[in-house]
Design a protein around this ligand. Structure first.
Ligand SMILES: [Zn+2]
Length: 717
């Protein structure tokens, strides 16, 4: 790829994203689009101000949403959307901070060193003009490579410092946030699995009661068994559709009575009889459901899983984090997920089968990663202009129009790649669904990691090795020692491609995210075919962490690897992170719904992604110094590599446990705080009710039957 293609790609991306962003700023001004652009605010019944009269200014693009996004403070995000949303924003901020400092090093030290090297001015051909700014301009064995080594050290230590600081701050914020949400039921509840069967009472519920009142006599409060609710769920679904039908029929017969044109409506004469018939069916169904929910019938459907609540957080923390039985496969306890976060269906999976589910998920994800590689390499290979001419001779015509070939070679490959990987997060999420996780948050965190490693494999490594893929992989297997030098060679050859990738993923990707073209089309189709319906609901979706975090982390990885090799990439990354910050603050504030709160459990994963990036950067540089015949610099990088590994181990010990556990001291402090404020145990008594399974929750059968609203299942036996 030459400089022309790169500029063509940059021009297309910048033009496209300016167009999309201005379109967004215009469309946002119309109240008819508020169901898309203010979905979250509308769902919270917030008032949004639109100018009531049509004016010329509403046709002009504006940038007012950009400074607004910068004005939103971290505390505001924490308060409105929770710590997980804040973690995403902090990731963008970390990217800005890190690449700003890298840019200073890169543009003021590395760029002049590269450009003024001996090889530089002699080679003036346009096709290699980008090379004179990169490390490939440095002569083999030159002492200038020590400057690169020094910069690598500066960037690595700066990265470690920022990562440590960030981890610490998120930890502090996490424990502060835990205090503000301390009345949530999950702070008093644990999830117990593998409850043994009591042969005397032919049930498991009584076991739970005996066991916990014996082991935690002062703190145990009550429990809620989990049942196999498949049959009841089916019946409830039938009941729902039937009651809707009855409601429809009633409405129709009402209008018939009030209408004087009875002749026209004589078609519905039999409707009142039909109403009666359907109501009878409905009552039978309700009776059936009620029978199934009776104590003795339910006992047969008990799963070996229960939610157990305690009187204090202190008791909860102790019970959740200790081994209760000699056999560690019995009475397994953990902190309960939030009630809204629980995946009830997966609670029926036996605990002993989890390794199988995990293995299955891993295999499926690996297969997807490997088989995805084939179409991507094929299409990308064809998209390279030289091969395109071979495969599709009419493409020669492209050459006749000046400038078009640079567009084809500069823009097409990264466009195709981005289109292919758009579907990946959704595919990975559906694979993670098969993993048997007990909560939605854990499932999405898993999907997040799967997408990240997929992108590292298929975007990063594949783009590096495309061309002679199999040969190179084969060689790295035969001579693993040569891996760094292969990597370094490929990395320096692909700098331009990744520059266009960052441009496409950043500029076009973020602009499309904020414009939501899919929803616009859907809304348009719905309003023109079905009609808007009597009441329109906002298009509310949950925050797609698994779509943001991996992509941003991969951009960070690309930026880190090129920080020393091709510092010209760094300013693009700063732009990438600024645009991402603005877009996602807007999306978090206005568009996406927050459906769970893990108190920052995403951060340890993000930390690991960035650490992976740092390790890859150092391996590449070891290879690069080797390629440049400077073995001393290669060897000098190895201690840096070891320090980075040690740093990661330290972070694992220092920070990671607090994210997965609930420190007993904090729990006690929060309890004491409650006591001082005069809150007593009575207030926590109904916490366990939040963990009633959806199919066991009382429902309003129909307006005429008010008797059925009483709870149908008692909590204790
Ligand atoms: Zn018993």
């Amino acid at each position: 790829m030459n400089a022309q293609s790169l500029f063509a790609s940059a021009a297309i991306n910048i033009g496209l994203s300016l167009f999309l962003l201005s379109l967004f700023s215009i469309l946002k001004k119309y109240s008819s689009n508020s169901f898309i652009y203010y979905a979250r605010r509308l769902s919270k019944h917030e008032n949004i101000h639109f100018s009531p009269t049509f004016s010329f200014s509403s046709l002009l693009p504006s940038v007012s949403w950009i400074p607004r996004a910068f004005r939103v403070s971290e505390d505001e995000i924490l308060q409105n959307s929770g710590l997980d949303a804040l973690v995403v924003i902090r990731l963008f901020k970390l990217g800005i901070k890190f690449f700003l400092s890298c840019s200073v090093v890169g543009l003021f030290i590395l760029l002049p060193v590269n450009y003024t090297s001996q090889k530089g001015p002699s080679r003036s051909s346009l096709s290699h003009s980008m090379d004179s700014f990169t490390i490939s301009n440095i002569e083999r064995g030159s002492n200038r490579l020590w400057v690169h080594f020094a910069c690598l050290c500066i960037i690595s230590f700066n990265g470690m410092y920022l990562l440590h600081k960030e981890y610490n701050e998120i930890l502090v914020r996490g424990s502060q946030h835990l205090r503000t949400i301390k009345h949530r039921p999950d702070q008093f509840t644990i999830l117990v699995r593998e409850i043994p069967f009591c042969s005397e009472h032919k049930a498991r519920g009584c076991c739970v009661d005996h066991f916990f009142s014996k082991l935690h006599p002062y703190t145990y409060q009550s429990h809620q068994m989990v049942y196999n609710g498949k049959i009841i769920e089916d019946l409830l679904r039938q009941e729902k559709s039937l009651s809707r039908k009855v409601e429809d029929l009633r409405l129709r017969s009402m209008t018939e009575k009030h209408s004087k044109k009875s002749k026209l409506f004589s078609l519905f004469q039999g409707s009142s009889e039909e109403v009666g018939e359907q109501e009878k069916r409905l009552q039978e169904l309700c009776h059936k459901i009620r029978n199934l929910r009776r104590g003795n019938v339910l006992k047969q459907r008990e799963l070996p899983v229960a939610f157990v609540s305690f009187k204090s957080r202190w008791g909860t923390a102790l019970a959740a984090q200790s081994q209760h039985h000699e056999n560690p496969l019995l009475w397994i306890t953990e902190l309960a997920p939030e009630p809204r976060d629980v995946l009830w269906k997966n609670l029926s999976i036996p605990y002993r089968q989890f390794p199988l589910y995990k293995l299955g998920g891993f295999l499926a994800a690996s297969l997807l990663t490997i088989f995805f590689a084939l179409p991507v390499t094929a299409v990308q290979g064809i998209a390279k202009f030289e091969s395109l001419k071979k495969w599709f001779p009419p493409a020669m015509a492209v050459q006749l129009i000046p400038g078009l070939s640079s567009i084809v070679t500069g823009y097409l490959p990264s466009l195709i790649l981005n289109m292919f990987i758009y579907v990946v997060p959704f595919a990975m999420l559906s694979l993670a669904t098969q993993g048997g996780f007990v909560s939605r948050s854990r499932k999405e965190i898993k999907a997040c990691s799967m997408v990240f490693y997929f992108l590292v494999g298929n975007v990063f490594f594949l783009s590096l090795l495309s061309g002679s893929l199999l040969e190179q992989i084969g060689e790295s297997f035969i001579h693993p020692k040569d891996f760094p030098s292969h990597l370094a060679g490929a990395v320096s050859a692909q700098a331009d491609f990744f520059m266009t990738y960052i441009l496409t993923d950043g500029l076009s990707g973020f602009s499309l995210e904020v414009l939501q073209p899919g929803l616009m089309v859907l809304d348009f189709l719905r309003s023109h075919t079905l009609g808007r319906g009597e009441e329109e609901n906002p298009y509310l979706f949950s925050m797609p962490y698994y779509r943001v975090i991996p992509f941003v982390s991969v951009s960070m990885l690309i930026g880190m690897i090129y920080a020393v090799i091709a510092p010209l990439l760094l300013p693009f990354l700063i732009g990438y992170f600024y645009l991402g910050y603005v877009v996602w603050v807007n999306q978090i504030q206005d568009v996406y719904d927050i459906v769970y709160e893990t108190c920052g459990e995403y951060w340890p994963h993000i930390h690991h992604y960035i650490f992976t990036a740092m390790i890859l950067m150092q391996i590449t540089m070891i290879g690069m110094f080797g390629l440049k015949s400077k073995p001393a610099a290669s060897i000098a990088t190895i201690p840096l590599f070891l320090i980075t590994l040690l740093f990661n181990e330290y972070c694992k010990i220092r920070f990671l446990p607090t994210f997965s556990n609930f420190p007993v001291q904090n729990a006690l402090e929060n309890d004491k705080c409650d006591e001082r404020n005069g809150l007593t145990e009575v207030e926590h008594e109904n916490k366990i009710d939040a963990y009633l399974q959806p199919c066991m929750r009382p429902i309003n059968f129909s307006p005429r039957e008010s008797s059925s609203t009483q709870p149908l299942v008692s909590v204790s036996t």
